[in-house]
Design a protein around this ligand. Sequence first.
Ligand SMILES: *Cc1c(COP(=O)(O)O)cnc(C)c1O
Length: 384
Amino acid sequence: MMSDSIAFIDLAAQRRRVGSRMDEAILRVVNHGGYIMGPEVKQFEADLSAFCGAKHVISCANGTDALALVLMAKSVKPGQAILCPSFTFAATAEVVAWLGAVPIFVDCLPETFNMDPASLEFGINTARQLGLKPVGVIPVDLFGQPADYDAIEAICAREDLWILCDAAQSFGASYRGRKLGTIGAATSTSFFPAKPLGCYGDGGAVFTNDDELAAIMRSLRVHGQGSDKYDNVRIGMNGRLDTMQAAVLIEKLKIFPDEIAARDRVAKRYNEMLGDVVAVPVVAEGNTSVWAQYTMRVPNRDALAAALKAKGVPTAIYYPKPLHQQTAYSKFPCAGNGVPVSERLAGEVLSLPMHPYLEEAVQDRIIAAVREALGAETRSQAAE
Ligand SMILES: *Cc1c(COP(=O)(O)O)cnc(C)c1O
């Protein structure tokens, strides 16, 4: 008998929940015609600011442009080095290379998958040894969990480096009571459909409490325009968020807190029922996670992924190759003695289906499949 297929991320379930409210919001934009920088864009920026506490929110076209807006506003240029993890999505380092600066790859911690502060210190020295000026750090909150900002901030304060938090996967989470969007010089996020807060296309935002930085980024977003629209005062980009996407996001932000709670329930249940057979993800003391991914570590990863696929359970590998091993990025340096944890993790990580609408019965099937594939007894048998 064919079993019902299991979704890795079930956007259709959310679509059913938002239903006609979403249809009406989209239709309002279609009818009022303010497709570019319409009233919903302003409204959404205000809603985001209220949600996370950031003074300034600059919505933009995607999470990559969000990173780029900050680096451009910081006048990043050749001769400079920016430290970022190797174990991340390519966009984090890509924007550094766009501006002719050098990304220096830093290792991560095996438990949280996030930047290792000791490796960051090595990376700063590596930059100087190469004759580059380290100016900033882009920590990434991988899979939904904030990086160790206390440790990173202490290093950056001492070394006079700014911090740009890449919260593409973690927006909605908090670090020791501080909401993401309020940490560092600026924070970027993405509203790509598969992110915890996603729209129906591409979208992104930058958060900052810095008035001057915010004003520069608002100008950069629209081709570097000055107070006179036809006198551009800096080289910018076309980086606006579509009004239609803002309308979608206004509706989705309303249910986001509830969805975050649901994601957390799903993750806790996986942890409880798989913790004895695999290395389940660990959320550090004081952190909350929005669980962009539920990622385990298994030594026999490829065999497990194949066994789960045969049982109809989809999985994904984030990330099979750290950036420093990828064709376009292998020319950039790694911190000090290398990034061995990132290399090891790339061979061990496996992500299970994770979304707020994962029903317990379906999750039970996933859990049973994992346990069976690993040759472990099912929970109920084990409990007998
Ligand atoms: C998704 C993602 C980005 C880029 O966001 P886009 O909206 O796809 O441009 C940047 N950094 C990380 C860590 C991401 O996961």
